[in-house]
Design a protein around this ligand. Structure first.
Ligand code: SF4
Ligand code: SF4
Length: 681
């Protein structure tokens, strides 16, 4: 018994034809509108490395690699997704009155196709039930205030699944007899329940199910481009054209034909785009993010700015791109400029709240790039609008005049090394790039000494730049002053090249990232190591004999070393001993609040990120908090003080030095004539 007959004297296919025309027409019109909007964006050449892109597409889109990282919601989504891929061709069959199946019969694929479609509907149905259970029963915090739209859509999809089984079963019943087709096992179960129904009722039941099925499918097609379900289409280009540059590496002001940054003196200011304020200032790939977002809120869950009550919500930033396009799309496509700008839409408070920790990007299952949208609008605010937090003016002045954030005299840069008898400005196997905090901040100077002493103890041939060292410009760049950053990068490269050392050691993950991952575009190619990597290797080679330490230690992963730098093991191996992990650690660590130049900006007392992280450290049973970053040192020390926890905060190098077992039993702290580094915080 099938639904393909006349209704009120009109053949079924007339109704289907009209409905398909409306649904497909509206779908195509809306998708076309979105494509035109995305094409307003600037160029971003991601049409390369096709082999890798295909692999990523297969694992990340088809395989749902990142989606299933969230167990319940992820697997529910994956079941619905895979199920839909398997069942989608059934729409063609039902829309053509079974012609598709007849064609498959001719090529002997009908049975296997029936089985695949049946499994597809089953998987989608199970996924929907899981998703409804999560939304209506489990109700995680982030879904408590969610609109009922999501639930409504889930019920609609459940309706599509159930009506498909009813129609499938109906085709197995004829004249009150069942002709069960075991290639459609779930359909068989439905048929067994339906075979004893009154024939008139059964006919109406099957017809109604068919039309409900087709109405829901068509409605879904119309709805897709308007809601978060635009991700069904948007994720394809998003996953396929994901960023292949190192995570966290920002784009230079201008690139030449070799993909190298144009030197400061040669920049063409007339054609430079100093950040983003208009929709069309974004690249096409930044715009396509808006329509790829699944609204899963994973980025929101991990964002330190959002968690501390600031205005920034990374998911909202992505929604803002899409909603701005939807609201002003007609005007934009007509070549006119809406009064509202992207900065107005994001709001300056949200733009300045980001710590550039990249937790959002890392968490996003569909490779959405939140951070460049925020740093690009910062660029506009600093370089075009000159509208930025006033504390940053001081920072920029100090960087310009003295090449360090504190404005200290460059001649005092190597004072921390007094009495250590280090090579300064001479060629050596390694260059120890100390960084501004390690050179000028009293607490972090101790870390520089500890690192240098350990390297000396292990017999490493290294030098420092001393007064020739410049700030690498990281904080200027993250704060939106790209022009200042570029000048500082060019000077630092000149200074690094002057000693001819290509292997660089640094105790600062921001220097590690900027010099190691970003300088290449400016002509500086170095092998950059975080001090924990070198110290760990020396320990493993037996060149540093470190006793197992007595204290229980918890290690706070710096974002620019762990998540962004990809190094989570070396610090732990270097420390050894009884490490107690905080709940969020390694790649999923939580920011200290100091990155993205936030360490130089005012923070509302009731919205401090460092206190959240300090509380997490405090909740462990550890006696001491280990860090591997000068900003983390400051933020964690302040955070612990604020919450009234007296746990000491020590750098990895300090803990290693305290536990160093020297061959000649001499105390390196004494031979180097400095105060014990762990004495006080
Ligand atoms: S980078 Fe960090 S602070 Fe910025 S939006 Fe993403 S998660 Fe939030
Ligand atoms: S941006 Fe990514 S992580 Fe955030 S809600 Fe959208 S899909 Fe989820």
């Amino acid at each position: 018994m099938d639904p393909f007959h006349d209704y009120y004297g009109i053949p079924w296919y007339v109704f289907i034809g009209i409905w398909s025309f409306i649904a497909i027409g509206l779908h195509v019109y809306q998708v076309g509108f979105i494509i035109k909007l995305i094409r307003l964006g600037k160029d971003d050449d991601r049409f390369n490395s096709w082999k890798q892109r295909m692999k990523e597409f297969l694992t990340d889109w088809l395989g749902q690699r990142k989606v299933v990282e969230d167990k319940l919601a992820g697997y529910a989504h994956a079941l619905i997704f895979w199920g839909f891929l398997m069942l989608v061709s059934d729409v063609i069959d039902l829309g053509t009155g079974g012609l598709f199946l007849k064609f498959l019969e001719l090529i002997y694929l009908a049975n296997i196709w029936n089985l695949i479609v049946d499994i597809g509907y089953t998987m989608a149905g199970v996924g929907i039930l899981f998703a409804l259970y999560r939304r209506l029963i489990v109700r995680p915090e982030k879904l408590k205030d969610a609109s009922m739209e999501g639930v409504f859509i889930l019920f609609a999809i459940l309706g599509i699944v159930l009506t498909a089984f009813i129609v499938e079963a109906g085709e197995m019943i004829d004249d009150g007899k069942s002709h069960l087709n075991y290639w459609e096992p779930i359909g068989v179960l439905f048929a067994i329940q339906m075979e004893n129904m009154n024939e008139d009722f059964l006919r109406t039941f099957i017809d109604a199910s068919y039309w409900l099925h087709m109405i829901l499918i068509g409605g879904f097609l119309i709805e897709i481009p308007q809601t978060k379900h635009s991700h069904l289409i948007g994720t394809i280009p998003n996953v396929m054209f994901q960023d292949h540059d190192p995570i966290g590496a920002m784009r230079p002001l201008q690139l030449d034909e070799n993909d190298v940054a144009v030197k400061t003196d040669d920049l063409d200011f007339d054609s430079l785009n100093l950040g983003v304020n208009k929709f069309q200032d974004f690249t096409w790939r930044q715009l396509s993010d808006g329509w790829a977002c699944t609204a899963c809120a994973r980025c929101q869950d991990v964002c330190p700015a959002y968690s501390s009550g600031k205005t920034l919500n990374p998911m909202q930033i992505i929604m803002d791109v899409k909603n701005y396009g939807k609201k002003h799309g007609s005007l934009l496509l007509a070549g006119e400029e809406p009064e509202e700008t992207m900065v107005d839409r994001f709001t300056p408070d949200a733009i300045w709240a980001c710590t550039t920790c990249y937790a959002c990007v890392d968490a996003c299952p569909v490779h959405i790039e939140h951070v460049p949208k925020l740093t690009d609008t910062r660029r506009h605010l600093v370089m075009e609008a000159s509208d930025f937090p006033e504390e940053l003016q001081n920072l920029f002045n100090n960087l310009e005049r003295n090449s360090n954030p504190w404005g200290m005299g460059a001649h005092t840069r190597a004072d921390w090394a007094e009495g250590l008898d280090l090579k300064i400005g001479e060629p050596a196997e390694y260059l120890f790039y100390v960084g501004c905090a390690g050179s000028f901040d009293d607490r972090n100077k101790k870390v520089s000494r500890a690192t240098a002493m350990l390297l000396q103890e292990a017999g490493v041939d290294f030098s420092i730049l001393g007064e020739m060292e410049m700030c690498n410009g990281d904080c200027a760049r993250r704060a939106g002053n790209e022009f200042l950053f570029q000048m500082m990068a060019e000077m630092t490269i000149e200074s690094l090249d002057s000693v001819g050392t290509l292997k660089v050691i640094t105790a600062c993950p921001h220097c590690f990232h900027t010099i190691g991952k970003e300088y290449e575009k400016y002509g500086g190619k170095y092998e950059v190591y975080h001090h924990s990597q070198v110290l760990n290797e020396l320990k493993q080679e037996g060149k540093l004999n470190i006793n197992k330490f007595e204290d229980k230690v918890t290690f706070h992963d710096p974002c620019y070393l762990g998540r962004i730098g990809g190094e989570t093991e070396a610090p732990r191996e270097a420390l050894g001993g009884d490490l107690i992990e905080m709940e969020r650690h390694g790649q999923k660590s939580f920011c200290c609040g100091g990155g993205g130049a936030r360490v130089w900006m005012e923070e509302d007392a009731d919205k401090r990120v460092n206190e959240i992280r300090a509380k997490e450290a405090s909740d462990t049973d550890a006696d001491c908090v280990a860090v591997g970053c000068p900003f983390c040192m400051t933020m964690m020390t302040d955070g612990l003080k604020e919450i009234g926890d007296g746990k000491p905060v020590k750098d990895i190098s300090e803990i290693m030095l305290e536990n160093l077992n020297t061959d000649n039993n001499s105390d390196p702290l004494k031979t180097n004539e400095i105060e014990p580094v762990s004495e006080e915080i």
